[in-house]
Design a protein around this ligand. Structure first.
Ligand code: AVI
Length: 320
């Protein structure tokens, strides 16, 4: 018998509230259980999912200029802090470059899951034995407040267009909260997926092999396991669309028939009409003016804008 969450966990409270909204809504932050994280790794390698390989190419091409913008001019020690490090594949490009430059720095990967950080620290230790790694298990803003007490520049990485999964008001608030503990000498490097041909964007979220569908549907498997739900996956579909006016991919789970779902841990039964949706994810796409506006609103200045030849993706250096 799996161990059920009580009605008091963050997930339980989120689901109880989200399934009472109109439209029903669940946050994409709950996609990333073990199976979801594994599926996201697969998504990053899909032919249709251009953001990861584009950002990888961009960091490779501009690694010299990017590290020059991030590291202090003098040889004083600094911290390269990464929010949500994942497998570190992209970051290793910058880490290798800084090690080759003999830069005086520590790498500080931040995550709320200590498991994710343990794996990363072990792989870094094996691959880059000279690298100083100081993992921090914390929420992002708490980690930056903690690091602000240390002397030396903080260069903060937030790659992969993770910023695109926030709503416009949440991303403004998030960036303001991130910026608040930083001092004028610190820097941020943020990855933004850019607006482009709508069909290309849509295909990235509706791949031919169905991996993104499995990733979205896995949320229901998680609710079945952790909240004692009885979602029958045979009667749910993944649906996604890109809205070029709002510049956002919205993803949904669609109930293919009228059905009731019981969630034991919530002591709640939820009715779904035929073709009713649960909105599960927003993936916002940006333009250069939107990025500049966002920076200004957060009290930041965009200093360098690095993009690929096709202008699919941008990594932007920002200063408080
Ligand atoms: C993590 N995040 C930036 C991904 C994105 O592109 O919005 C998550 C994702 N969802 C579906 N595919 C990938």
């Amino acid at each position: 018998m799996p161990h059920l969450a009580t009605a008091n966990t963050e997930l339980a409270r989120h689901v109880a509230a989200g399934l009472q909204k109109t439209p029903k809504t669940l946050s994409s932050k709950y996609f990333y259980d073990d199976a979801g994280s594994e599926l996201f790794q697969q998504i990053m390698g899909l032919p249709e999912y251009y953001p990861t390989r584009t950002e990888f190419g961009l960091l490779t091409t501009y690694r010299g200029a990017i590290t020059a913008a991030l590291r202090p001019v003098s040889d004083e020690p600094f911290y390269l802090i990464e929010l949500g490090a994942g497998d570190g594949l992209k970051t290793k490009i910058l880490l290798r470059e800084l090690l080759e430059q003999r830069a005086n720095f520590s790498y500080v990967p931040v995550d709320i899951s200590s498991g994710a950080l343990d794996g990363l620290a072990a792989s870094l230790h094996a691959e880059l034995p000279n690298l100083r790694v100081e993992p921090v298990v914390a929420e992002y803003t708490a980690a930056l407040t903690l690091m602000a007490a240390r002397p030396g520049r903080k260069a903060v990485l937030f790659l992969g267009s993770n910023i695109g999964n926030f709503s416009p008001s949440d991303r403004r608030e998030f960036l303001r909260a991130l910026t608040q503990p930083l001092s004028p000498d610190d820097r941020l490097l943020i990855g933004f997926d850019l607006q482009k041909a709508p069909r290309l964007i849509r295909a990235a979220y509706d791949d031919a092999q169905g991996v993104t569908a499995a990733f979205n549907l896995n949320l229901l498997t998680r609710l079945n396991r952790e909240l004692g739900g009885n979602f029958d996956l045979a009667h749910w579909q993944h649906y996604t669309d890109y809205d070029p006016i709002a510049g956002v991919v919205r993803s949904f789970l669609v109930s293919t028939r009228a059905q009731q779902v019981h969630l034991e841990a919530l002591d709640q039964t939820v009715d779904f009409a035929a073709w009713e949706i649960i909105h599960t994810e927003n993936s916002y796409k940006f333009t250069q003016p939107l990025i500049s506006q966002l920076a200004t609103e957060a009290g930041l200045e965009a200093q360098n804008f690095f993009t690929d030849e096709q202008a699919y993706f941008a990594d932007v250096v920002l200063a408080p």
